[in-house]
Write a protein that binds this ligand. Structure first.
Ligand code: NDP
Length: 329
């Protein structure tokens, strides 16, 4: 069997792409990334699975928990004849159509592939960063997204870890909500661009702790963040900082290892797209955070999933003169 469309990934971009191609009778196959081959924190549903309340996704007056939003998106997409493989794609071959995708030893073939494998926030590697169901504080005061979670720390003192543009952007954004934001950086100079540095330095609500590493996030036993155990890397001095939240902002990593040397990637490893969602190979589309260095929001990912689905549909229509049925060989 050759599928009309295979979707890789199951965040807002992947589910929206599946919803649209499913409704277009393309009978898509979604490989949802669900069983953890290699990905420690993420599975089906992507980054929203480790977020708590989402208040900026339109349509939910009182907000919705990230995992609940993903469950609804999945249920909605699966109403429309979407086949799901609950596993990770392990290899692809886009050298000629039909394109091939491996899941272990199984090979799936398709006329078009929609890549929605997302990006993963980088983490420090502390056990407390894990989500609550893995006995950590992820989503309970530990976050990697100020836009998503900053609102919950109104009037409080929080920390941001990192010294790049993301950390500066997160810290500056958080001052809209928080009384005080302490940036903790492992060196004594920032990596961030001069303009972002200046903005952060000028902001009276932001202060800095230099040459310092976070050793521990307290307090897992209390199920909430109460502070950080810090180590000065020059003096080895250990100290405690009382905060109610910590935002890890040490960068994002697009999930593109599978496509290295196959698709055009930018210097940061994101898939390069033109005309919104088209890659350098006809019939291979990319949507959501795997190709978005600018917005990284659930709603923008969902929007680009819709675009990728419509583009896949048009590509197939052109190829088959409007016949949208499942091809079989
Ligand atoms: P960067 O790689 O630029 O910065 C990461 C920061 O995190 C560095 O300061 C690094 O420290 C620190 N870091 C990395 N790993 C660890 C660790 N294990 N423990 C402690 N600290 C760590 O990533 P960004 O996400 O900030 O930026 C990525 C790209 O996106 C950049 O090109 C940036 O310019 C761009 N960007 C632009 C924005 C804008 O223009 N508004 C906004 C956000 C990103 P060290 O410096 O010591 O290496």
């Amino acid at each position: 069997m050759i599928y009309k469309n295979i979707i890789l990934g199951s965040g807002p971009a992947g589910y929206t792409a599946a919803l649209y191609t499913g409704r277009a009778n393309l009978h898509p196959l979604m490989i949802d990334g669900g069983v953890g081959r290699g990905q420690e924190l993420l599975g089906a549903g992507g980054q929203l699975m480790i977020t708590t309340e989402v208040e900026n996704y339109p349509g939910f007056v009182h907000g919705i928990q990230g995992p609940d939003l993903m469950a609804i998106m999945r249920e909605q997409a699966l109403r429309f004849d979407v086949e799901v493989v609950e596993d990770m794609a392990t290899k692809v071959d886009f050298s000629e159509a039909p394109y091939r995708v491996w899941v272990g030893d199984c090979i799936y073939e398709a006329e078009t592939v929609t890549i929605a494998t997302g990006a993963s926030a980088k983490w420090l590697g502390l056990p407390e960063e894990l989500p609550a169901h893995q006995c950590g504080l992820g989503g309970r005061g530990v976050s990697a997204c100020a836009t998503c979670d900053g609102f919950f720390f109104k009037g409080q003192h929080v920390a941001v870890v990192g010294g790049g543009d993301t950390a500066m952007e997160e810290a500056i954004y958080l001052t809209n909500h928080c009384e005080r934001v302490t940036v903790i950086h492992r060196r004594d100079t920032l990596r961030a661009s001069k303009i972002m540095q200046e903005r952060a330095f000028r902001n009276p609500r932001i202060d800095f702790i230099w040459d310092t590493q976070v050793m521990r996030i307290n307090e897992v036993q209390l199920n909430t963040v109460t502070g950080l155990t810090l180590k000065n890397l020059k003096t080895d001095e250990i100290s405690n900082l009382e905060v109610t939240g910590v935002f890890i902002a040490i960068g994002h990593k697009p999930n593109t290892e599978l496509f290295e040397g196959i698709l055009e990637l930018d210097e940061l490893g994101y898939i390069r797209t033109h005309d919104d969602v088209k890659t350098n190979i006809p019939g291979i589309f990319a949507c959501g955070d795997v190709q978005d260095t600018k917005y990284r929001q659930a709603i923008t990912a969902a929007g680009s999933g819709c675009m990728a689905a419509i583009q896949a549909e048009r590509y197939l229509e052109e190829k088959h003169s409007g016949v949208n049925t499942l091809a079989e060989v």
